[in-house]
Design a binder for this molecule. Structure first.
Ligand code: NAD
Ligand code: UFG
Length: 339
């Protein structure tokens, strides 16, 4: 299938491009490089052995999108493009709503004008808010988001749902990711946050590589086994493979489907520190700090629906996630700045 991957130069998008290509799909990447490096493209061609067409373009730019659709005629879109930093979204709500919602509305409009109504959308476990039950099934009601980023995902899910209802020709898959970490086994692509990382694993790998002094653990008084926050960490390559499996839900008449992509296993912050130390032999100094506003105690998926309906389940355990995150970070201490 010919697939346009928006945000395809980013962390999850780049790994998905590799998996799509290895399954024989034809891929076109669109990215405005606001949170990605052009060097990803060279590394993708190294890994895949293919030159993947790339458009430096913004999803808010209808003229550019229209040109790309007319030229490339993709049959489906996997839509990763968006801003994703929770704290930044609290400071810059307008920018988040405009980029994520404005951009997706433009994309959907250009898609339907070009008779392409197959979309896989990157959503997040954040739409469950403080979940009513764990493990979280897709039937669990959406909750109150604690930041504008989360609301953009929740609102975009609603927009996609309403559009599909109004026009059943749309085939829509909403994937709710849990916590993607790790990197491609080659160590050539991985997560490359700008500035000080917000997320746990890139923070740990930057401590390990000596860029940061110590980890700050946000709270040890949650109602969890060791008091630190529990999350469902998933290897980014497994997550990428979930998208390849989800393509089958874009067959005509499929309607709209929603899947959690997680492992179903919860690890605490201190579990992650310990597993990272065991996998790498590097000790991670840490201090316990106050809770981070907006964080919840525990969040992990029921991964049953994706297994039953897509035949997908995560294959990598926490050991591989730690090893692969470290292989990427140690070979690229400053991310893509190296070459
Ligand atoms: P990322 O920032 O690495 O990738 C997003 C890509 O989109 C970047 O390359 C960026 O340059 C591009 N982009 C942003 N705005 C754009 C625009 N207007 N036009 C064109 N390109 C644009 O992030 P990621 O971690 O790969 O996340 C991919 C998607 O998955 C995002 O939608 C994110 O919200 C969602 N998600 C991520 C996580 C996570 O923890 N990483 C969890 C749940 C959901
Ligand atoms: N944590 C620390 N110290 C840090 C960073 C994180 O203790 O420096 C803790 C957090 O308090 C939390 C856990 O590590 O308990 C995981 O935090 P992350 O920031 O890595 O991930 P979150 O679960 O907070 O959020 C992530 C993405 C969101 C997404 C959500 C669900 O950042 O965008 O997963 O998919 F919505």
């Amino acid at each position: 299938m010919k697939i346009l991957v928006t945000g395809g130069a980013g962390f999850i998008g780049s790994h998905t491009v590799v998996e799509l290509t290895s399954e024989g799909h034809e891929v076109v990447i669109l990215d405005n490089l606001s949170n990605a490096s052009r060097k990803v493209l060279k590394r993708l061609s190294e890994i895949t052995g293919k030159q993947i067409p790339f458009y430096e373009a913004d999803i808010r730019d209808r003229a550019a999108l229209t040109d790309i659709f007319r030229k490339e005629r993709p049959e489906a879109v996997i839509h990763f493009a968006g801003l994703k930093a929770v704290g930044e979204s609290v400071r810059l709500p307008w920018e988040y709503y405009e980029n994520n919602i404005g951009g997706t509305l433009a994309l959907l409009d250009v898609m339907r004008s070009n008779d392409c109504r197959n979309i896989i959308f990157s959503s997040s476990a954040t739409v469950y808010g403080d979940p009513a039950e764990i493990p979280i099934t897709e039937a669990c009601p959406k909750g109150t988001c604690t930041n504008p980023y989360g609301w953009t995902k929740s609102m975009l899910e609603q927009i996609l749902t309403d559009m599909q209802k109004a026009d059943p020709a749309w085939n829509t898959v909403i994937l709710r990711y849990f916590n993607p970490i790790g990197a491609h086994k080659s160590g050539r692509i991985g997560e490359n946050p700008g500035g000080i990382p917000n997320n746990l694993m890139p923070y740990i790998t930057q401590v390990a590589v000596g860029r940061l002094e110590k980890l700050h653990v946000f709270g040890d008084d949650y109602d969890t086994p060791d008091g630190t926050g529990v999350r469902d960490y998933i290897h980014v390559v497994d997550l990428a493979k979930g998208h390849v499996k989800a393509l089958k839900k874009l067959a005509p008449g499929s309607g709209l489907s929603i899947y959690n992509l997680g492992t179903g296993i919860g690890y605490s912050v201190l579990d992650i520190v310990r597993n990272f130390e065991e996998a790498t032999g590097i000790s991670i100094p840490y201090v316990i700090d106050a809770r981070r506003p907006g964080d919840i105690a525990a969040c992990y998926a029921s991964a049953k629906k994706a297994k039953d309906e897509l035949g997908w389940e995560a294959e990598n355990g926490i050991r591989e996630m730690c090893e692969d995150a470290w292989r990427w970070q140690s070979a690229n201490p400053n991310g893509y700045e190296e070459d």
